[in-house]
Ligand binder design. Structure first.
Ligand SMILES: Cc1cc2nc3c(=O)[nH]c(=O)nc-3n(C[C@H](O)[C@H](O)[C@H](O)COP(=O)(O)OP(=O)(O)OC[C@H]3O[C@@H](n4cnc5c(N)ncnc54)[C@H](O)[C@@H]3O)c2cc1C
Length: 376
């Protein structure tokens, strides 16, 4: 048998690639799978640079259901992903997510809330007074209502990635340290990949799980994806605020968010329209927090006028410029070429559902949930 021939080749060993490999092997333990990862340290991969937050508070049914499935998987993650007597610890903090609503965002949020209710989510509609009970530090500026998801929370993205990765390696997937140079095709069908070394691996099923690099991987197969690698910054701040228990993660209508990390520590971020697009800048700039975020934070939480900027990092969102949601499934004009791309900043929480659904599609099974957008 040809050692370079695989049933499935997965380009990218981040959380999407590893989760898909896991479900493929759960459906068929005999599959020969290659996960090709150009940087096993994951220095620039989005997964470890993520905030690790999960929520059911979306306005689209498919996104809500993906998070619901994710929470189900996480509830048994340590047992399901135990390898060599080690149970992975994803350090889940079920602190809840609190969305502040103003006049402009209230109506759309109410529609989302009704949808979440109809799908059985544990989400409450809050008056400003309720918001203050959940978040006493917030002065209620601009607040006309709020929503609170009690089961939403934050965890270690690397804990989840390692859980999937270690398990698939144990189950027999081949994890290769190599970079895919291009996807090889013949008569509108994928036939393999060529590595930077010149080596060729063969397969008629290939998954593009290259995260922020998905567009360039697809371009190599003659496909234009509307996915742009977009730089986002996160800053960790320390305050003297004494709190007895973790506050919920707090999200403002402007996109500003604040995740309480315990004691006086908070993680803060916000996306800006002029955030850099490209894969060559991972430098975190303290000035972005000082000049573009801090003053807004103090408007809402006056106690934040004194704080220490501890550290920060920059990572890439894989922004789907078409509609800001996942692109999943087989590219219709290229047989065997599957996408799990364009998650636009909320992919980490969707890895479980995406992994399962993509595996089902690739194996021609009836998908368990119909939550997919076919862009192509
Ligand atoms: C600052 C920040 C905060 C975020 N916060 C959240 C959050 O709170 N909740 C949430 O759900 N999501 C969040 N996200 C989004 C989330 O991180 C991503 O959607 C998710 O991790 C994408 O996983 P992935 O496996 O597709 O990509 P990645 O983790 O980037 O993995 C892709 C892998 O492909 C490899 N690769 C690329 N090209 C090639 C090639 N040619 N050959 C071989 N290997 C290749 C890369 O090295 C990389 O390891 C955040 C992202 C950022 C940047």
């Amino acid at each position: 048998m040809d050692a370079n021939k695989y049933d499935v080749i997965i380009i990218g060993g981040g959380v999407m690639g590893c989760a898909t490999a896991y479900y493929l092997l759960r459906f068929d333990a005999n599959l020969k799978i290659a996960i090709i990862e150009k940087d096993p340290s994951y220095e620039f991969a989005s997964t470890p640079l993520s905030d690790g937050n999960t929520r059911v508070q979306f306005n689209i049914k498919e996104n809500i259901q993906m998070s619901q499935f994710g929470l189900q998987v996480l509830s048994n993650f340590a047992d399901e992903f135990e390898t060599n007597d080690v149970k992975p610890d994803v350090a889940f903090r079920s602190q809840g997510n609190l969305f502040v609503l103003d006049d402009n965002s209230k109506d759309e949020a109410f529609e989302g809330y009704q949808l979440q209710q109809s799908l059985g989510c544990d989400v409450q509609w809050l008056t400003p007074q309720d918001v203050q009970i959940y978040y006493p530090l917030y002065n209620l500026k601009d607040c006309v209502a709020g929503t609170y998801g009690a089961k939403d929370g934050t965890m270690s993205p690397m804990g989840v990635l390692n859980g999937y990765k270690n398990k698939v390696v144990q189950l027999g997937a081949k994890y290769l340290h190599a970079e895919v140079q291009r996807v090889l095709t013949e008569k509108k069908q994928v036939v393999g990949v060529q590595l930077m070394t010149g080596d060729i691996l063969h397969s008629k099923l290939i998954l593009n799980a290259a995260g922020a690099w998905a567009k360039s991987v697809a371009e190599g197969a003659g496909i234009q994806l509307p996915v742009e690698p977009t730089k986002r910054q996160v800053t960790i701040i320390e305050t003297n605020i004494k709190l007895e228990k973790n506050l919920p993660a707090l999200f403002f209508p402007s996109g500003l968010y604040l995740i309480h990390e315990g004691a006086g520590l908070f993680m803060v971020g916000k996306s800006f329209a002029d955030d850099y697009v490209g894969t060559d800048d991972f430098v975190w700039h303290k000035e972005v927090f000082e000049e573009k975020i801090w003053h807004e934070l103090v408007e809402f939480i006056p106690e934040f006028d004194r704080l220490k900027i501890l550290r920060g990092w920059a990572g890439l969102y894989e922004v789907n410029t078409f509609d800001g949601n996942a692109l999943l499934g087989e590219w219709r004009e290229l047989g065997g070429f599957y996408l799990a791309n364009g998650f636009s900043g909320h992919g980490f929480q969707q890895c479980h559902a995406v992994g399962r659904y993509t595996a089902e599609l690739m194996l021609g099974k009836n998908a368990s949930v119909r939550f997919i957008y076919f862009f192509c």
